[in-house]
Design a protein around this ligand. Structure first.
Ligand code: GDP
Ligand code: MN
Length: 361
């Protein structure tokens, strides 16, 4: 997940990297409430998830008298097609020099790699193309808690020592936040010291839970419920409820529904090794979607046992017809249980989907 500049700056600052004082606003009128804290000269920065904001008009300079009007204009523009919903108003830095630093993972070496250029700023991509030597890089053992001093000196060359310290702090952010990318461009020197004038941080999606980051900030009630049970769940617009195990099988079921002219109401992958209780919750969840007329359960028993699946379906007691295809581990037993309760079962995916489309229409 890519964080916005103000979010990244917050995390950078927690690791001791100096960032400009800033105020985040969602409307230009809000600035009035903060006038006391607005310095004489400011940078007005659109918080949008695109690179090259500056060149696209997303970073404007203003002073105390013009800041509200500047923000109003910026709120009324789009930056590379994205609406501006938040603006960061920062004390304007008196930039002496702009450096570039970026930390990522070299997948071939299986090591962190740090890139550094003595000429950072908005033209870094051009610089990288025209002058191959402009960007230096180092990589080292990921077990080290700090970037080794000799490598920092090699990397940063003639840049001030404080720049080296900042690169090391950025490495701490990179490690502690499970980042895939941590970048400061430009990293600047000013009469007041070294600052991260910009900030970019991409966090590995696999570690969002550990980092306590909630990805979908506005989930529906049902999506929240699905998350609680650990289902991969997406709500769609159709009337055929879908429950599968494994993303591939579930996607294939959706494709087949489309193929036969139906519309799926959801994507729900119960995951591996689902027991009867999980299956019951899944069926009830899908049954709760108001548009659902029929539910297709397409499960392949591996570690998942089909008799458990059958018990879950029966326990759910939902009013909609549930059409089942189960195959694999304990399929016989599962089928027997379902047959006793009068559930419709078909042998192939093709047949269950065809049937469901028929019922739904
Ligand atoms: P980007 O275009 O999305 O990378 O946005 P940046 O935050 O990097 O800003 C673009 C450029 O604006 C920087 O490279 C700086 O040259 C300039 N800039 C940003 N903040 C300040 C500031 O506080 N003072 C000055 N003088 N220039 C700034
Ligand atoms: Mn930048």
């Amino acid at each position: 997940m890519k964080l916005l500049e103000y979010e990244a700056k917050q995390l950078f600052s927690e690791e001791g990297i100096r960032v400009p004082k800033g105020i985040l606003v969602g409307k230009h009128e809000e600035i009035l409430l903060h006038m006391d804290a607005i310095p004489a000269k400011v940078a007005v920065k659109a918080q949008v998830d695109v690179g090259g904001r500056g060149k696209a008009g997303g970073v404007l300079m203003a002073d105390r008298d013009t800041v509200i009007e500047t923000a109003r204009k910026l709120f009324n523009t789009t930056i590379k097609g994205l609406p501006v919903q938040r603006i960061l108003i920062e004390e304007r830095l008196e930039i002496r020099h702009e450096y570039y630093v970026s930390i990522t993972i070299d997948r071939t070496k299986k090591q962190p790699v740090i890139l550094f250029a003595e000429t950072g700023g908005i033209d870094i991509e051009e610089t990288a193309k025209t002058d191959k030597k402009a960007i230096r890089s180092i990589s080292f053992c990921p077990l080290l808690a700090d970037v080794p001093g000799f490598l920092l000196r090699e990397l940063c060359g003639d840049a001030p020592v404080e720049i080296q310290a900042t690169v090391n702090r950025l490495y701490h952010v990179f490690c502690h936040k499970d980042a895939l990318l941590a970048e400061i461009n430009p990293l600047v020197t000013t009469p007041a010291g070294v600052y991260a004038a910009d900030a970019k941080l991409i966090i590995d999606d696999n570690s969002l839970a550990r980092q306590g980051i909630v990805l979908n900030r506005d989930l529906t009630e049902r999506e929240r419920e699905a998350e609680k049970h650990g289902f991969s769940y997406v709500e769609l617009q159709g009337n055929i409820g879908v429950i599968g195990n494994g993303a591939g099988l579930t996607m294939a079921t959706l494709d087949l529904i489309e193929y036969y002219g139906g519309r799926a109401a959801d994507f729900l992958d119960v995951g591996g090794g689902a027991d009867s209780e999980r299956v019951m919750h899944a069926v009830r969840l899908v049954s709760g979607v108001p548009t659902v007329k029929v539910i297709v359960v397409n499960l392949l028993g591996g570690i998942t046992r089909c008799d458990e699946v059958a018990r879950g379906i029966i326990a759910s007691g939902v009013p909609e017809p549930v059409i089942v295809r189960i195959a694999g581990t304990n399929a016989e037993e599962g089928r027997k249980l379902l047959a006793e309760k009068g559930y419709e079962m078909l042998d192939t995916m093709d047949l269950v989907v065809k049937k469901a489309v028929e019922v739904a229409s």
